[in-house]
Write a protein that binds this ligand. Sequence first.
Ligand SMILES: [Zn+2]
Length: 119
Amino acid sequence: MWKIKKGLLETLLESSQRYYPDEFMCFLGGKRKEKLLDEIVMLPTINGKNFASFQQNLVPIDDSIIGTFHSHPTGPANPSSADKKLFQKYEVNFILSLSGQVFRAFDRNGKELLVELIE
Ligand SMILES: [Zn+2]
């Protein structure tokens, strides 16, 4: 099971609130062998009310990026079809529903993942 630092989730929540009513998006890095996510990787993104996108050519090609994160400012933390397309490229993908303050994680196939919170 993947693990994520509690402090990291708090930072993601704060950032998402700061971007509200726009979507906030970033990438997640960490230690693949330990299945640990402990780093936020910021890339230039374009943020809007119903989308956040990034320039694909700015994403490093090495394997330092393990996952993605983005907020849904309104509505539930369900992946859209565009989300599912993005998820295919990364192992762990988080969506935060700001209205419900619910984090959900998905694998490459859009299947929900259980992620362990660690201190
Ligand atoms: Zn989405």
